[in-house]
Design a protein around this ligand. Structure first.
Ligand SMILES: [Zn+2]
Ligand SMILES: [Zn+2]
Length: 338
């Protein structure tokens, strides 16, 4: 079968054997797999949060199964990282910090004709069956939307909150879409790309700001009776984005760190402002099965219309083209097909 693998930091289309199943494993034929910003960063060698396996937003059809409750022909989403649900971290509410979480993965990754879902994942709820009304395209958004679901739960979005989303890439836009299902007051987006800022408006953001043209922390105060926003969601790893969020929240405001910064990122920010203004920072790293289930519910009930974010579609053999186009910022979401 064909698979995109990392070789010396470069993605290469290889001919490899179809993975052999052990007891408890499931083999899935990939039908759609989203290209994530972290895939692009893994290729550039700048991703810092886990091992470099490509493709973690897959949906497909079960080809072979060793468990009786999953049958060949069933349409599924598979989650790449699954915690043990038993260790100290899992029991204390930090399951994505479980030592097993990042050791689990799809074999050889989501960008391949077939991938093996290990028994570990299968037995802990890491496979969800897709209802008939959920397409493979939509199924490929379960993982990214699941991480957004968990992040917004952690920061605690409240009624009438005004929210600034810094960074209008696919993750920032999923944040916007999820916020719009809640009773929030205003969703303001900032992005240096005019294309992405416009896109944010088209999917429901109330205001889009371009930090190249205006000072975001001053502009948001015009929309919030001079206070600043209640919550800033940083859907970008850049230090300027993080500082922009810290400076845009009101006194007592909350900042959600969601985008993954490069290793060695240091902020140009006076930390005394945090305490003097009682600003809280919460980070959120990935998601677990309950978040994936909620994401699937939001997608199947059409509350979050994820397919609106798809701007590009590529075949496996066009993978390098997908990376090239994604890097120049003209895409929102690119989906890779078998
Ligand atoms: Zn991702
Ligand atoms: Zn654990």
């Amino acid at each position: 079968m064909r698979a995109i693998l990392l070789e010396g930091g470069k993605p290469v289309l290889k001919e490899v054997p179809i993975p052999k199943l052990l007891e408890g494993d499931v083999l899935v034929k990939m039908k759609a797999c989203g290209l994530c910003g972290t895939d692009v960063e893994k290729i550039c060698g700048q991703y810092t949060a886990s091992q470099p396996i490509l493709g973690h937003e897959p949906a497909g059809i079960v080809e072979q199964s060793t468990v009786d409750w999953i049958k060949p022909g069933e349409r599924v989403f598979a989650h790449h990282h699954v915690p043990c649900y038993e260790c100290y971290y899992c029991k204390k509410g930090s399951p994505t910090m479980c030592p097993y979480y990042r050791k689990t993965n799809l074999d050889p990754g989501g960008f391949s004709e077939y991938f093996r879902v290990p028994a570990w994942n299968v037995s802990r709820g890491g496979i969800l069956k897709l209802p008939d009304n959920v397409s493979f395209d939509e199924g490929s958004f379960i993982e990214p939307l699941g991480t957004v679901v968990r992040a917004q739960r952690r920061i605690g979005i409240e009624d009438k909150d005004s929210v600034l989303v810094v960074g209008a890439g696919p993750m920032g836009l999923l944040h916007v879409m999820l916020l719009k299902t809640k009773n929030v007051d205003k969703v303001i987006v900032s992005d240096v790309s005019e294309f992405r800022a416009e896109f944010a408006l088209s999917i429901g953001a109330d205001v889009a700001l371009n930090p190249k043209k205006i000072k975001v922390e001053e502009e948001v105060r015009k929309f919030t009776e001079n206070r600043g926003v209640d919550v800033a969601i940083i859907a970008s790893g850049s230090p300027t984005a993080i500082v922009s969020g810290l400076r845009s929240v009101r006194k007592g405001g909350r900042v959600l760190l969601f985008g993954v910064p490069y290793k060695g990122t240091v902020l140009d920010y006076d930390v005394s402002d945090l305490l003097n203004n009682e600003i809280s920072i919460i980070s959120s790293n990935a998601g677990i099965e309950e978040d994936m289930i909620e994401a699937l519910r939001l997608i199947s009930t059409k509350k979050v219309q994820v397919e609106k974010l798809i701007t590009h579609r590529f075949k496996l053999e066009e993978f390098n083209e997908a990376i090239r186009i994604s890097k120049d910022g003209k895409t929102i979401k690119a989906i890779i097909y078998n």
